[in-house]
Ligand binder design. Structure first.
Ligand code: PLP
Length: 422
C-alpha cells in the first residue's frame, strides 16, 4: 500500500470533509521554500505550511539547536522547575515586543495562548473585586482558534455552527472604517462598565478571509477601551515575527495592548509552542495570600525546552541582518504585482500588507460557481507546483521570508495565467 492509502485507512485530517477528501500528498522532505513528495515532485510552500514557517523548511541553524537541546534536556515539569531556554526566550521576547510587556506565560499553541489571555482578563476583574465585568468585545470576522474559549471569541461561521449554543456570548463589532469608527467607539463607551476585554487581530484578520483594516482606527478603539480600563489583547499568532513588515504588527500603533498572544512563527514553524505575555498591572492582580487569586492554568508540555530552543534559534535568524530586508523585498514585489493586476476583470479586490498578498476572485452572483471555485483554484496551483489554500474565492500568498525573486515571479505569473484560464 502507498502512504496515501495507509493514511486513508487510519487518519482523520484537520478541516477536511473525509467523505470526498482529495488524496493527501505524501511529503518526504522539506528544504527552504520547497516541499518534495514521494515521486520527487517539488512544491513551493506559498502559505508557509499554515502560516507557521518563516525561515524555510529544515533550516540548518534551527535543526542544530533543536538537536543539541534534545540530548541535554528534552523536557521538565514547569511548575516548581525552570530552565535556561524558557528564561532566555522570555527575556528576548519581552525585549522585542512593543509596549510595556513584563511577563511570559507558556502554552503549546495559538488557541491555548488565547485561552490564557481570556482567563487572565476575566480573572483580573474578579481578583480586583469587579465581578460584573465579564463581557468581551471581538471583531465579527475574527478567528482566534478552535478550543471553546477561542471559538467563542471568533466570528460565528460554519466552523462554529454545531457548537453555537455552547459558546459564550460576545459583543461582536464590525471592522473599523472612517465611516463607522465613531459608532464603534460609542458602543464601547456604552458597554464600558461590563466589559472585561477587547481581543483583536491587529490590522490583518487571517482565517476570517485575510481582511485588512487601518492601524489608525485600531489605535482609536484601544484608546477608547483604555479610557474605561477595558483590557486589550493583541492576538499576533499570525501577524507576529515579521509577517506584516515589522517584527510585530502592533509596532505601528501608538497605543500599547495589555496582552500579546504568540505562536505559529514563534518556533520558526518547527514545533508547537504558545506564549501569552502581559504587563505588570495584570500580573500584579494575581499576587495575593488568597489562593483563589492564582492563575490555575497549565499544560503538560508548558515551556517545552526543545520548542524554546527552536524559538531561540528562529529569533537568531529573524534578527539577523538579512531578514528585514527580505521582508521588505517581498513587500515591494507584492505591491508592484497588486498594482499590475488590480484592474483585471476577474479581480474583485486585491490587498497587501508586508509579506501577505490577497486576491479576491470575482464570482458575480453565481453561488454554484463559488462553491466549486475554491477546489478548482487549489488544484490549479498544486498541479503547477505551488501550495496555496484558498479561503473560498480568496487566494493569498504568505511565504517564508527566504523565498527568491524567481519563485515569487513564478507564483505571480501563475496567478495571472489562472485569471485568464479559470
Ligand atoms: C492560527 C491562529 C490561532 C490558533 O492557533 P493554533 O495554533 O492553530 O491553535 C489563533 N489566532 C490567530 C490569529 C491565528 O491565525
Amino acid at each position: 500500500m502507498s502512504l496515501t492509502e495507509r493514511d486513508q485507512k487510519v487518519i482523520w485530517h484537520p478541516y477536511t470533509q473525509m467523505k470526498n477528501a482529495l488524496p493527501h500528498i505524501p511529503v518526504v522532505r522539506g528544504e527552504g521554500v520547497y516541499l518534495f513528495d514521494e515521486d520527487g515532485k517539488k512544491y513551493i510552500d506559498a502559505v508557509s505550511s499554515w502560516w507557521v514557517n518563516i525561515h524555510g523548511h529544515a533550516h540548518p541553524h534551527i535543526a542544530k539547536k533543536v538537536a543539541e537541546q534534545l540530548s541535554v534536556l528534552e523536557h521538565v515539569i514547569f511548575a516548581g522547575f525552570t530552565h535556561e531556554p524558557a528564561v532566555q526566550l522570555a527575556e528576548r521576547l519581552l525585549e522585542l515586543l512593543p509596549g510595556d510587556q513584563e511577563k511570559v506565560f507558556y502554552t503549546d499553541n495559538g488557541s491555548t495562548s488565547v485561552e490564557v489571555a481570556l482567563k487572565m482578563c476575566l480573572q483580573y476583574w474578579s481578583n480586583t473585586g469587579h465581578k460584573g465585568r465579564t463581557r468581551i468585545i471581538a471583531f465579527k470576522e475574527a478567528y482566534h482558534g478552535d478550543t471553546f474559549g477561542a471559538m467563542s471569541v471568533s466570528g460565528r461561521s460554519i466552523f462554529t455552527d454545531p457548537f453555537k449554543s455552547m459558546l459564550f456570548e460576545v459583543e461582536f463589532i464590525d471592522l473599523p472604517t472612517e465611516k463607522n469608527i465613531e459608532q464603534l467607539k460609542s458602543k464601547i463607551n456604552y458597554l464600558s462598565n461590563e466589559v472585561a476585554c477587547f481581543i483583536f487581530e491587529p490590522m490583518v484578520l487571517g482565517a476570517g478571509g485575510m481582511l485588512m483594516y487601518e492601524a489608525e482606527y485600531l489605535d482609536q478603539l484601544i484608546e477608547t477601551c483604555q479610557k474605561h480600563g477595558i483590557l486589550t489583547i493583541a492576538d499576533e499568532v499570525m501577524t507576529g515575527f515579521g509577517r506584516t513588515g515589522t517584527y510585530f504588527a502592533c509596532e505601528t500603533l501608538h497605543s500599547k495592548p495589555d496582552i500579546f498572544c504568540l505562536s505559529k512563527g514563534l518556533t520558526g514553524g518547527t514545533m508547537p509552542l504558545g506564549v501569552t505575555t502581559c504587563n505588570q498591572k495584570i500580573f500584579d492582580a494575581f499576587l495575593s495570600d488568597d489562593k483563589l487569586k492564582t492563575l490555575y492554568h497549565g499544560h503538560s508540555f508548558t515551556a517545552n525546552p526543545v520548542a524554546c530552543a527552536a524559538s531561540l534559534a528562529s529569533l537568531d535568524i529573524l534578527l539577523s541582518a538579512e531578514t528585514l530586508p527580505n521582508i521588505q523585498r517581498i513587500k515591494r514585489k507584492n505591491e508592484a504585482f497588486a498594482t499590475q493586476i488590480k484592474e483585471h476583470p476577474k479581480v474583485r479586490d486585491v490587498r497587501q500588507k508586508g509579506t501577505i498578498l490577497v486576491l479576491e476572485w470575482e464570482t458575480g452572483n453565481d453561488t454554484s460557481y463559488l462553491s466549486s471555485l475554491r477546489n478548482q483554484l487549489y488544484l490549479y496551483f498544486l498541479e503547477r507546483g505551488i501550495i496555496l489554500r484558498p479561503l473560498g474565492n480568496t487566494i493569498y500568498i504568505l511565504p517564508p521570508y527566504i523565498i527568491s525573486d524567481e519563485d515569487l515571479d513564478y507564483i505571480y505569473q501563475t496567478i495571472q495565467q489562472a485569471l485568464n484560464d479559470i
